[in-house]
Design a binder for this molecule. Structure first.
Ligand code: NAD
Length: 499
């Protein structure tokens, strides 16, 4: 009998008193791995109140001590890597290599947070007027909340709470109810690393719990990652309650292949970027625009994609795992049906995919739809599966027009051997992450993760320098100390007038 997961509230790992739980299923078998409780509103209140109390102490913890906690946490995440990868793979279905990547992209953020002392430096200048100096300090803002999606249950929570907490804040995490086991283990290890247990609280649930956090008067900032409709709801509701909100949302990422690109490199990179992680990545490539002669490379692309096959997480040969739920699979199959009905040419159809020994898995095979036009739903909507659609154009200008007219702007990529084309693309494309001869350009944590148009709502971006800004206030102090200032430190010139 699978366990019901606990919540972490007030420094304790406790059973929720809720009467609502959902099963967490292995997407390759439908086996129930655990039950996730939907925390009661009283539990959410109590988590926020406890985080608020913890903030009063935690904000005074010396910076090097906060950094040291992250070093210890990084060490534990590495020590329990195998255990974490297994839990993550079981609940997401990801193959071991993808599960490991998910964890390691998160570990890199923890490493970045360990250097918090230098990331929190303010600025100073002397003599902005006679005897007048100016300095700015970064200070934590209070209780922050994080709401995370199903597709990266280690990396995305780790984008959020380590940096927020290293900055001196306390945190309430509400992970996806579809993959709650990995985040639970992340929280346990954080406490084992020496974090005061009330600095990070964990509550589970869905819309009701998210709304309670968004409306809570004692939460100062909310980081969200998920789909566009929910991102819009989170941004609107959170800002209506006068909170800082950053909402990273959905995507439809284009790759442009110029005829002067290295064909083998471009085609292989594209097949991996479209099918890898079952297409369930916000940076997956889901549209390719073939320019001029590159249109003749479709058979090569079809062959490269056909070599990708799904399978269970511990398979030696599988290239990716199942879709997260039977509903997600059905939704993808609907898109494929609609694409064909709208006139797309289906060069590879993954609708009838099966994996030996796993009859109940949410499998979708690699799918390639050619002759797609921008009005079709397979082009307009985020499918979030191993489905690639192709468009053909005559020039880079046309490709840029298509990408810049698309409502999403998360990632994009250009394959070319022309420096001039690369420079133009980098300069003119209106998308957050841009790859040149790189299919999935995810920045390392010392840069920030961004998104344009419907892929991001807010102003300061995830991890990197901008996240430190998001999780802190700047306080600017202007001071005048005349030579005859009394030694007890009282400033005789309390009223400062800048001329
Ligand atoms: P989702 O929007 O369904 O869920 C995200 C979170 O919101 C979960 O914690 C969920 O419990 C909560 N939620 C769901 N419905 C809600 C509602 N009606 N009101 C309030 N909260 C609600 O997203 P998902 O399916 O878990 O994740 C996939 C999506 O996330 C894709 O669209 C993908 O592109 C996007 N994503 C974006 C990024 C990025 O950085 N831009 C990264 C990863 C995933």
């Amino acid at each position: 009998m699978a366990n019901t997961l606990p919540v972490f509230i007030g420094g304790e790992c406790v059973s929720s008193t809720t009467d609502r739980t959902d099963p967490v299923r292995n997407p390759a078998t439908q086996e129930i791995l655990a039950h996730v409780p939907h925390a009661t509103l009283a539990e959410i209140d109590s988590a926020v109140a406890s985080a608020g109390k913890a903030f009063l102490r935690w904000r005074k913890t010396p910076l090097p001590e906060r950094g040291r906690l992250m070093l210890k946490y990084q060490e534990l995440l590495k020590r329990y890597e195998k255990d974490l990868v297994r839990i993550l793979a079981l609940e997401t279905g990801k193959i071991a290599a993808d599960a490991k990547g998910d964890l390691w992209r998160g570990i890199e953020v923890v490493e970045h947070a360990a250097g918090i002392a230098s990331l929190q430096m303010g600025e100073t200048a002397e003599n902005i007027a006679t005897d007048l100096d100016i300095s700015s300090y970064r200070q934590p803002i209070g209780v922050c909340a994080g709401i995370t999606p199903f597709n990266f249950p280690a990396m995305i929570p780790l984008w959020m709470f380590p940096l927020a907490i290293a900055c001196g804040n306390t945190f309430v995490l509400k992970p996806s109810e579809r993959v709650p086991m990995t985040p639970s283990r992340l929280v346990e290890l954080f406490i084992e690393a020496g974090a005061p247990p009330d600095v990070l609280q964990l509550v589970h649930g869905g819309r009701e719990q998210v709304d309670a956090l968004l409306e809570h008067p004692d939460i100062r900032a909310v980081s969200f990652v998920g789909s566009v409709p929910v991102g819009q709801h989170v941004y609107r509701t959170g800002t209506a309650h006068l909170k800082r909100v950053q909402a990273m949302a959905g995507a439809k990422n284009h790759m442009v292949i110029m005829p002067d690109a290295d064909k083998t490199q471009a085609v292989n990179a594209l097949a991996g970027a479209a099918c890898g992680a079952a297409g369930q990545r916000c940076m997956a490539i889901s549209v390719v625009i073939l320019v001029g002669e590159a249109a003749s490379w479709l058979p090569d692309l079809q062959a490269a994609m056909a070599s990708f096959q799904p399978g269970p997480w511990d398979s030696e040969t599988a290239s990716y795992g199942p879709q997260i739920t039977p509903d997600a699979r059905e939704r993808i199959l609907d898109f494929i049906r609609q694409g064909k009905a709208d006139g797309a040419t289906c060069l590879l159809d993954g609708s009838d995919c099966s994996v030996e020994g796993y009859p109940d898995g949410n499998w979708v095979g690699p799918t390639l739809l050619a002759d797609v036009s921008p009005e079709m739903s397979v082009y307009r909507e985020e499918i979030f599966g191993p489905v690639l659609v192709t468009l053909t154009v005559d020039s880079l200008s046309e490709a840029l027009d298509i990408i810049n007219a698309n409502p999403y702007g998360n990632g994009t990529s250009l394959f070319t051997s022309s420096g001039a084309a690369a420079r133009r693309f980098r300069h003119e494309v209106e998308v957050g992450q841009v790859g040149i001869n790189i299919p999935i350009p995810v920045p390392l944590p010392f840069f920030s993760f961004t998104g344009w148009r419907n892929s991001f709502y807010g102003d300061l971006h995830a991890y990197g320098k901008q996240a430190v800004q998001f999780y802190t206030e700047t306080k600017t102090v202007i001071s005048r100390w005349a030579e005859d200032s009394p030694e007890d430190g009282r400033n005789p010139n309390l009223t400062i007038r800048l001329k």
